[in-house]
Design a protein around this ligand. Structure first.
Ligand code: ADP
Ligand code: MG
Length: 287
C-alpha cells in the first residue's frame, strides 16, 4: 500500500539568511514527532542537508551526468540523515554557466516520475529554496505544484526585507495564475538589528502576512555546526531547539490559514520603517 497524503512545505529566502539551518532543524523536529520527512535542497550552494547528513552529499545533477539507470541514480542521491530523514540535494550548474532552475526541475521530476514520495511514505517534504532571483527556475517547485505551503525567511535588515517583498510578490502572482501554492507566513531569523521584532511585525502587518516565528540569533547554532549537526540533534534541551520545536508544531497545526491577499511595499517604504525604528533606538540612547 502506498499513500500520497503528504504535506509539502517550501522555505524561501535570500541567500545566507538561514533557510538551510531552519529547514534542517524543522525536519529534525518533525521527524522526532514521528513523521517521515524528506528534505530537498534546491539551491546551487548544495549544502542544504549537510547538518542532517554530517556533510555534503552528491547532488542529483552531478550523479545524473554519469548514471543513466534511474534506480541506481535514486539510490545514490537519496541519503538517510538524522533520525531517518530522507535527504536530497538537487544541485545546479556552476555560477554563471546556466539556469540554476534546471537542476531543481530535473530533480523534482525524477523523484515524482519514480513515485519516490509514495514509495517512502513521506508525511512531510521540506523544500529549501534560494530566492535571490525569483526567476522561473526558483519558482519551479511552486509552478509545477510540488510545494504548496510557503514560508519566507527574513531578518530585520533592508535587503532581506526587500527580497521578502519580491518573493511574496512572485508567490502571489503564481497563485493568481492557478498554482496551488499558498503563502503561510514569515519566519524572522534575527540578526540582532535593534527593534528587529517590531520592524518585521510592522512589515508583515502592512503586507498582510503573519509573522509565525521570531528565531533569536544564537551561538548554539555554531556550536552544533562544529559537530556537523542541527541543534535539535546536538542540543535538544536548549532554548534554541525549543524555538524550532515550536515552529514545527505551529506548521503541523497550521493546515488551513494563509495570507489571502498581499500588499507589496516599495523599497522606500521598507527603508522608511527601518529608519523610524533606528531613530527610536537613537532617542533611547540619548535619553
Ligand atoms: P541559507 O541556507 O539561507 O543560505 P544558512 O542556513 O546556511 O543560510 O545560514 C547561514 C549561516 O548563518 C549558517 O552557517 C549559520 O551558522 C548561521 N545562522 C543561521 N541562523 C542563525 C541563528 N538563528 N543564529 C546564529 N547563526 C545562525
Ligand atoms: Mg542554504
Amino acid at each position: 500500500m502506498t499513500k500520497s497524503n503528504y504535506r509539502s512545505i517550501a522555505i524561501y529566502g535570500k541567500g545566507g539568511i538561514g533557510k538551510s539551518t531552519i529547514a534542517s532543524n524543522l525536519s529534525a523536529a518533525l521527524s522526532l514527532s514521528g513523521a517521515k520527512v524528506m528534505q530537498i535542497g534546491c539551491d546551487p550552494k548544495r549544502d542544504s542537508v549537510s547538518l542532517l547528513c554530517g556533510g555534503l552529499i552528491p547532488s542529483v545533477l552531478d550523479v545524473a551526468d554519469r548514471v543513466s539507470d534511474e534506480e541506481i541514480l535514486l539510490d545514490r542521491v537519496i541519503k538517510k540523515g538524522f533520525n531517518g530523514i530522507l535527504c536530497v540535494e538537487s544541485g545546479g550548474p556552476r555560477p554563471g554557466t546556466g539556469c540554476a532552475g534546471r537542476g531543481v526541475a530535473y530533480a523534482l521530476e525524477l523523484l515524482e516520475r519514480n513515485n519516490v514520495f509514495e514509495r517512502y511514505e513521506v508525511d512531510f517534504i521540506i523544500y529549501d529554496i534560494l530566492g535571490d532571483v525569483v526567476c522561473g527556475g526558483f519558482a519551479q517547485p511552486l509552478k509545477e505544484g510540488f510545494a504548496d505551503e510557503v514560508y519566507v525567511v527574513t531578518s530585520g535588515e533592508l535587503f532581506s526585507l526587500v527580497q521578502l517583498n519580491n518573493i511574496c510578490m512572485s508567490i502571489f502572482a503564481l497563485a493568481e495564475n492557478g498554482a496551488k501554492c499558498r503563502l503561510k507566513g514569515i519566519i524572522n531569523n534575527m540578526r540582532g538589528v535593534p527593534f528587529e521584532k517590531d520592524i518585521v511585525e510592522k512589515i508583515g502587518a502592512l503586507m498582510g502576512i503573519e509573522v509565525v516565528s521570531h528565531i533569536p540569533r544564537s551561538e548554539t547554532i555554531q556550536k552544533a555546526e562544529k559537530y556537523g549537526k542541527t541543534v535539535i540533534e546536538k542540543f535538544p534541551q536548549s532554548e534554541q531547539a525549543k524555538m524550532y520545536f515550536e515552529l514545527a508544531q505551529f506548521i503541523v497545526e497550521n493546515r488551513t490559514k494563509y495570507a489571502e491577499s498581499f500588499k507589496p511595499l516599495l523599497t522606500s517604504e521598507i527603508r522608511q520603517i527601518i529608519s523610524e525604528y533606528s531613530r527610536q533606538e537613537e532617542d533611547g540612547k540619548n535619553n
